[in-house]
Design a protein. Structure first.
Length: 507
C-alpha cells in the first residue's frame, strides 16, 4: 500500500471538526510535505512525527528515498495546533505497510513528543461529542485527556501513553483498557469567604440571594472597604451545582479555550478580569476569534470590580451579552457567535475618591470629576442591571461583634429550591430556558402575570421613576424571582415593592 486514510479532529471556534488525514508515498527525492492550510504548529509536526516514528522502532520518513505527502481535509479549513501528530504517524506507517490495522470509525488525537510519548491537547470533550455524532465508535487520545473525554456515553475512549502503546493495541499485541465512565463529584467547593463572615450588610446579602436565585445582574456601590468584594466572592458559595448538560457545555468551552483547571468543571465558573482589561479580552475576538471572559463566565458569574474604572468602550460591549445571553463577533477573517449567559456582579465606589455621601469622610472630587465618573455607566447598561444595592459604611461595633449571620449553605438551599421551581415551570412549557432572567416579554405575560392591584402599583411606580420598557419588564422578572423565593405562585404587592427597592436611585 502506498496510500492510507485515517481520521483525526481539531477545534474550530467552540465546535469540533473531523479531519481526514490522507497519506501518499511515492518514489522520488526525500521530502515530507503537509498540505491543507496548515499553520506553523502543523507544519512543525513533520519533525515531531519523524522523530517519534524513529524512536518507536520504525523507519522514519526522513530515512528513506521517497516522497511523503500528507493531506489534511477539508482543504479550505485552516488546520491549527498539534492535534494531528498521532494520526499522521499512524497514517504514514499504514501507507508504508509497516503496520496493518482497520482505521475506519476511529479518531486518533494527540501531540507527539520526540520519543513517541503523547502530550495532552485542548478541546477533547468537544471533539469526542462531535465524533459520537458523526458515527465514530473509538477515540484514541492522550492519557491526561481521558477523564474529560470519559464524560461522553456510547463511545469508547482509549487513553494512550505513547505511539508504541497504541500500535501494540491496534496490532492485537497488548490491549489498552477503555476509559471508564467519568464519575462527577458534586461536592461544593469550600471557599474562604462565607456569608456568615460578612458583618451587617443584610440588604446587600438579600440582593445577592435574589440575583443568584433568578440569574439576575447586580451592581453594588459604596465606599471603599465596606465588603463589596467579599460579597462577590461569597456569591460563589450560594449558586447551585451545575446540571450534567451544563457541565458538558462549560467544560467543553474551557477545554477549547485552554483555561480548564483539572479535567471537569462541576461548579459555576467565576471570572474576575482586572479593570484594565481590553474589550477584546472581555468579549472575545482577536485575529483567530477566541472566546473572551463573558463566554468563560457562561452559566456562572462575571465579577467586575471597580466597574466604573473600566474603559467606557469595554463597558458598552456588555450590552449584547447582558440582553441576549450571547456575543456576536465580526472581524475581517470571519464572524462567530459565542454563548455568554452569566450573572454580572459589578462593584464600584460612588466617586473617584470613594467618599461621596460619606458620613465620616469628605469627598475631594471636583464637580467635573463626578460628572465624568457618573457618565462612565450609560443608561442602556443601567437598564440591563436588575438589582442596585448600596453597601454602606458599617458601625465599628458591629465589626467587633462576634455574632455571625446566616451561613452560605442555608442561603444556597433556598436558591436551589427557587431554581428548581423555575426549571420545572419552563420545562413543563417546553422552553429551553433555565432562570427567570432569561424570560422574554411573551414568557413574562404567561409566567409572571399580575393582578390589577399589583399592576396599578407597578405602573404608578414606573411612571414616577421614568422606567424604560426594558427596565419595566426586568422589574417584573425580578418580582417573579422574589415570589419563587417566597414559595408563592402569584406575584403580590410586596414582591413588586421589594423589587422596586433595587432600582437605581436618581442622583
Amino acid at each position: 500500500m502506498s496510500f492510507s486514510k485515517v481520521h483525526s479532529a481539531q477545534t474550530s471556534l467552540l465546535k469540533a471538526q473531523i479531519i481526514d488525514i490522507e497519506t501518499d508515498i511515492s518514489k522520488g527525492l526525500n521530502s515530507f510535505t503537509v498540505v491543507g492550510l496548515p499553520d506553523k504548529a502543523v507544519e512543525e509536526s513533520r519533525d515531531r512525527v519523524s522523530a517519534a516514528i524513529k524512536n518507536s522502532g520504525f523507519t522514519s520518513p526522513k530515512q528513506t528515498n521517497q516522497k511523503t505527502t500528507v493531506s489534511l481535509a477539508p482543504a479550505d479549513l485552516k488546520k491549527e495546533g498539534p492535534y494531528f501528530d498521532l494520526g499522521m504517524a499512524l497514517g504514514y506507517l499504514l501507507a508504508t505497510d509497516e503496520v496493518e490495522f482497520e482505521p475506519a470509525k476511529k479518531i486518533f488525537l494527540g501531540e507527539l513528543s520526540l520519543n513517541g510519548e503523547l502530550r495532552p491537547v485542548n478541546g477533547t470533550l468537544s471533539i469526542v461529542l462531535q465524533a459520537r455524532e458523526k458515527g465514530f465508535t473509538e477515540v484514541y487520545l492522550p492519557e491526561m485527556n481521558a477523564e474529560e473525554a470519559g464524560l461522553v456515553d456510547d463511545i469508547k475512549i482509549f487513553p494512550v501513553k505513547s505511539l508504541e502503546q497504541v500500535l501494540k493495541h491496534l496490532l492485537g499485541q497488548e490491549k489498552i483498557k477503555p476509559q471508564p465512565k467519568t464519575k462527577i463529584n458534586y461536592e461544593i467547593e469550600i471557599f474562604r469567604t462565607d456569608f456568615s463572615d460578612i458583618k451587617g450588610q443584610e440588604n446587600a446579602k438579600r440582593a445577592m440571594e435574589i440575583a443568584a436565585a433568578g440569574g439576575h445582574n447586580i451592581a453594588m456601590f459604596g465606599p471603599p472597604g465596606t465588603g463589596k468584594t467579599m460579597l462577590a466572592r461569597a456569591m460563589s458559595q450560594i449558586l447551585p451545582p451545575l446540571t450534567f448538560p451544563e457541565i458538558l457545555e462549560i467544560t467543553s468551552i474551557h477545554s477549547i479555550a485552554g483555561s480548564l483547571k483539572g479535567n471537569i468543571i462541576t461548579t459555576p465558573p467565576i471570572r474576575a478580569p482586572h479593570h484594565t482589561a481590553s474589550y477584546v479580552s472581555l468579549v472575545g475576538g482577536g485575529a483567530n476569534l477566541k472566546p473572551g471572559e463573558v463566554t468563560l463566565a457562561h452559566r456562572g458569574v462575571l465579577f467586575l470590580d471597580e466597574f466604573a474604572e473600566f474603559d467606557r468602550k469595554v463597558i458598552e460591549t456588555l450590552r449584547q451579552p447582558l440582553e441576549d445571553g450571547e456575543i456576536s463577533i465580526s472581524r475581517a477573517k470571519g464572524s462567530a457567535t459565542f454563548p455568554a449567559r452569566f450573572i454580572l456582579v459589578a462593584a464600584f465606589n460612588p466617586c473617584p475618591c470613594g467618599n461621596r455621601n460619606s458620613k465620616t469622610k469628605r469627598c475631594i472630587c471636583r464637580p467635573t470629576d463626578l460628572l465624568r465618573y457618573d457618565r462612565k455607566i450609560s443608561g442602556p447598561i443601567i437598564d440591563r442591571i436588575d438589582l442596585w444595592t448600596e453597601v454602606a459604611e458599617i458601625n465599628h461595633e458591629k465589626l467587633s461583634n462576634g455574632a455571625s449571620g446566616e451561613k452560605s449553605e442555608t442561603i444556597r438551599d433556598r436558591v436551589k429550591i427557587a431554581r428548581e421551581k423555575q426549571a420545572k415551570r419552563f420545562s413543563d412549557a417546553g422552553l429551553k430556558i433555565h432562570t427567570n432572567a432569561e424570560m422574554n416579554s411573551r414568557d413574562i405575560s404567561k409566567f409572571a402575570s399580575l393582578s390589577d392591584s399589583v399592576k396599578k402599583i407597578l405602573n404608578q411606580s414606573a411612571d414616577k421613576l421614568g422606567l424604560s420598557p426594558r427596565a419595566y419588564h426586568r422589574l417584573i422578572k425580578l418580582a417573579r424571582t422574589i415570589a419563587d423565593l417566597d414559595d408563592q405562585e402569584n406575584i403580590s404587592e410586596n414582591h413588586i415593592l421589594e423589587a422596586l427597592q433595587y432600582r437605581p436611585k436618581q442622583k
